[in-house]
Design a binder for this molecule. Structure first.
Ligand code: BGP
Length: 472
């Protein structure tokens, strides 16, 4: 198939998969946990609440054992801020501390490395009430939370991720339920990028603190990175794609890695009278946070064309985190006719995976770990307890082949953690949009048995891992 001699996956390649606290755990308002913004937001139409999810909170032992059976080297999960600190700051919930202690120990017992996301879309509701990321104090709140995590888990957790998809929060935050625009705000762009600035500073301080507090600790960001294509070879379309790459991707990585604002983004902010205010010490803090690797989520690429200032067509916001709206004079979304889509309308682009990692590596020269990638689909449990998800296997295989090509291109790939280890609640479509290797027996509103079943993709992934990627 390939006319290229492929390099093998590195020996210590971190095979695993991912979840996030609010989507997998359940026990969302019990065991001392305070509500997060996800618990209080209006539920997407047709979806159930977060009180049970996959019931990972109670079944983590069984789940980690299944991950071990697949041969996982790493498990990426997130820590719920309001489970540790119900009010976001101050009072500690010991039961919450214990839960993650147990989960971490369970992973280690099975030789699975815990890869911990510090913040995955779930701001404590109590901090939302205090202005969330728009409040300059949010930087200190996050540092307090980070410190507590390093103190509690730093002896065993050596791999950390800061903020999941900060770029998506900034681009479509209100859709995710995590970023709010205060009423009466007169310059939305300025407001959003001020919040983004607070997150960037908070992340930089958390990275520096990790190196200070966690012996041998390694930390990186976890944005959603995907290359933005020009709709054509029209030079204006290329400019639009560069603009979008800057605002969607490079802003976040330039900042994490080099501690500076991307110049195209800065120019865009200046034009919109929206440059963020720096607090004293921010500039230095941004420089002092240095990632050891880059974690990133990849689902698909994006394609844009030139959007003239006098264009009559209005582009409106999309419906989920993969669909952004355009900006006049800057870029306009374009449906790539070369790509198929999932049954949920997300474009599928394995080759774009390769070009994305090539580009990232040439810009930043840090080891890369895929922290999400996967296919959301309706799965069917057969009478005899099987899930024939050949479509998911095909999706993952095609993406892994491109990773191997990228490795052959000289990109330093550290690991692969697709979304998701186990079925969990989707950001917008409830639990019936499934991503897992492990099937959870429940429907949207009918909790059924919550028993776990191994999907066909479970057995496939097990072989992939056992052969270190030779058998795909
Ligand atoms: C990413 C999020 C995940 C997950 C995934 C799949 O943006 O980091 O939390 O939800 O997308 O998206 P969805 O659940 O909308 O299908």
């Amino acid at each position: 198939m390939h006319h290229k001699k492929l390099k093998p996956f590195p020996k210590n390649f971190l095979w695993g998969a991912s979840t996030s606290a609010y989507q997998v755990e359940g026990a969302s308002l019990t065991h001392g946990k305070g509500p997060s913004c996800q618990d209080v937001k209006e539920l997407p139409p047709g979806t159930s609440g977060l009180d049970v999810c996959a019931d990972h909170y109670h079944r983590y032992k069984e789940d980690v054992a299944l991950m071990a059976e697949m041969g996982f080297k790493v498990y990426r999960f997130s820590i719920s801020w309001s489970r540790l600190l119900p009010e976001g700051t101050g009072r500690i919930n010991q039961e919450g501390i214990d839960f993650y202690n147990n989960l971490i120990d369970e992973c280690l017992k099975h030789d699975i490395i815990p890869l911990v996301t510090m913040f995955h879309f779930d701001m404590p509701a109590a901090l939302d009430a205090r202005g969330s990321w728009s409040n300059p104090e949010s930087v200190d709140w996050f540092v307090e939370f980070a410190k507590l995590m390093y103190e509690s888990y730093g002896d065993r957790v050596k791999y950390w991720l800061t903020i999941n998809e900060q770029n998506m929060l900034t681009l479509v935050g209100p859709l995710i339920g995590t970023l709010h625009i205060p009423e009466g705000c007169t310059n939305e762009i300025k407001e959003i990028y001020q919040q983004n600035h607070h997150m960037l500073v908070a992340q930089a301080k958390a990275m520096a603190l990790c190196h200070e507090m966690v012996e041998g600790g390694k930390i990186g960001p976890a944005p959603n990175i995907s290359l933005v294509y020009p709709a054509s070879c029209k030079p204006e379309d290329v400019i639009a794609s560069q603009n979008t790459n800057a605002i969607r991707n490079w802003l976040y990585l330039d900042m994490s890695v080099y501690g500076v604002y991307n110049n195209l983004v800065w120019a865009y902010l200046e034009e919109n009278d929206a440059t963020p205010t720096f607090a004293p010490g921010d500039e230095e803090a941004l420089k002092n946070g240095n990632p050891d690797f880059i974690g990133f989520n990849y689902y698909n690429t994006m394609t844009v064309e030139h959007y003239a200032m006098d264009d009559q067509e209005e582009q409106t916001a999309g419906s989920d985190q993969q669909h952004q709206r355009g900006e006049k004079g800057f870029y306009k979304g374009f449906r790539n006719p070369n790509l198929p889509t999932t049954e949920f309308g997300w474009e599928i682009d394995p080759v774009g995976f390769r070009s994305t990692v090539r580009e990232m590596y040439s810009r930043y020269r840090l080891p890369l770990i895929v922290t999400e990638n996967g296919l959301g689909a309706y799965d069917t449990l057969t009478e005899d307890g099987k899930i024939h998800d050949a479509y998911r296997i095909e999706y993952l295989r095609k993406h892994l082949e491109q990773i191997q090509l990228a490795i052959t291109d000289g990109v330093e790939m550290m690991g692969y953690c697709p979304w998701s280890a186990i079925d969990l609640v989707s950001t917008h479509e409830g639990i019936v949009k499934r991503y897992g290797f492990i099937y959870v027996d429940r429907e949207e509103f009918d909790l059924k048995t919550l028993n776990r079943y191994r999907k066909d993709s479970f057995f496939w992934y097990k072989d992939v891992i056992a052969s270190n990627g030779e058998k795909m």
